[in-house]
Write a protein that binds this ligand. Structure first.
Ligand code: PLP
Length: 353
């Protein structure tokens, strides 16, 4: 058991009315824990949400030594609070930590910290359909030192943000830009870690895609620029001729919790799934033969993001009729149903707080 000192705010904020959007509103409290070499993780506490003070020389500002996670808390129909597979996020956080020379956080302590701060701010979990409380655990390197070396001190924090329905009018298909110039990650790099650097390096392509009228970037492999990797903050799935395929985890792709859940779900439904290399040519050929039936992204924020349009160089492919595929909708309904307690949970994914 983690000994957490709780200091409640004396000035609770007004809960937001109306549209929540994503990531702009923060709850009343945050979890904080320090790491000091020789001492380990210490001083676990929950405090009023507030700005923090750091030296401008901190390692994180200059060399990007940091890790983050993304997960959600959901409100059940009878007021219960649920997390979704939190132990997976805890385990993945440590995979990122190891890659970035950040000390590991015992997975039970990670989950306990998340549960504790969500419990304190439970009233902030929105109740409208499709809404949730977004949870952002992260670690930053805090040594005030400009030499390039792993920091000896860190902060682990968990902040919470009520988030609106990703699709206010039901699932809406997005347009995706297959990037053929910039790359996100290569094998041996840190593509499989959830860390700010991967996002910093994605911004230029994201801006380019937006300017061209597409909402997200689909990355190709960093060596041949030929094999499909993943979308900005989502893994990607294709339904080709009745079979579902997704790129295999190859070291440069983020191992999504949603990706893993979708694969388990499809397998349980008897739908053939393959994790393998997929070339962009294979997609173009499948589309030409009328066999590219559905494309969807998977991630915590949107759960399932149907793709209506895929651009590659001079080709713009409209997937199916440009609307939402039947399978995409069914997966979305099932996973969100399990998350919010509306459906049975045969896989044991839901964790009540
Ligand atoms: C977080 C993330 C995902 C999705 O992972 P989930 O665990 O399903 O939310 C996919 N790709 C990248 C690059 C990510 O950062």
């Amino acid at each position: 058991m983690l000994d957490i000192k709780v200091t409640k705010t004396t000035a609770p904020k007004e809960k937001p009315a109306g549209a929540l959007g994503f990531g702009k509103i923060f709850t009343d409290h945050m979890f904080v824990m320090n790491y000091t070499e020789g001492l380990g993780w210490h001083d676990a506490r929950i405090e009023p949400f507030a700005d923090i003070s750091l030296s401008p020389a901190c390692v994180v500002f200059h060399y990007g030594q940091e890790m983050f996670e993304g997960m959600k808390a959901y409100r059940g129909e009878n007021g219960e609070t649920y997390l979704f597979r939190p132990e997976r996020n805890a385990a993945r956080a440590n995979e990122s930590n190891r890659r970035l020379c950040i000390p590991e956080i015992p997975t039970d302590i990670f989950v306990e910290a998340v549960k504790a701060v969500v419990k304190v701010d439970e009233d902030w979990i929105p109740t409208e359909p499709g809404t949730s409380l977004y949870i952002r655990p992260f670690v930053i390197a805090t040594d005030a030192f400009l030499g390039v070396a792993p920091s000896k001190t860190y902060l682990f924090m968990v902040i919470l943000s009520p988030s609106g329905a990703y699709y206010s009018e039901g699932l809406a298909p997005v347009g995706i830009w297959i990037e053929d110039d910039y790359v996100r990650a290569v094998k041996g790099g840190m593509g499989y870690a959830k860390t700010g650097g991967n996002y910093a390096c994605s911004l230029a392509a994201q801006v380019k895609a937006h300017d061209a009228g597409f909402s997200q970037v689909l990355w190709l492999d960093g060596v041949e620029r030929r094999y499909i990797e993943e979308v900005g903050a989502m893994n990607i799935f294709f339904k080709i001729d009745g079979k579902v395929v997704t790129p295999m985890l190859n070291g440069s792709i983020l191992p999504g919790v949603t990706r893993n859940s979708v694969l388990q779900l499809l397998t349980s439904w008897g739908i053939p799934c393959e994790e393998r290399r997929i070339s962009v040519d294979e997609l173009l050929e499948a589309q030409a033969a009328g066999k590219l039936e559905e494309v969807f992204g998977t991630g915590t924020a949107a759960v399932i993001s149907p793709v209506g349009k895929l651009r590659y160089k001079d080709d713009v492919m409209t997937i199916g009729d440009g609307g939402i595929g039947e399978l995409s909708q069914k997966i979305y309904d099932t996973i969100t149903g399990i998350q919010t307690g509306k459906l049975d949970d045969p896989f044991g994914w839901r964790v009540m707080i």
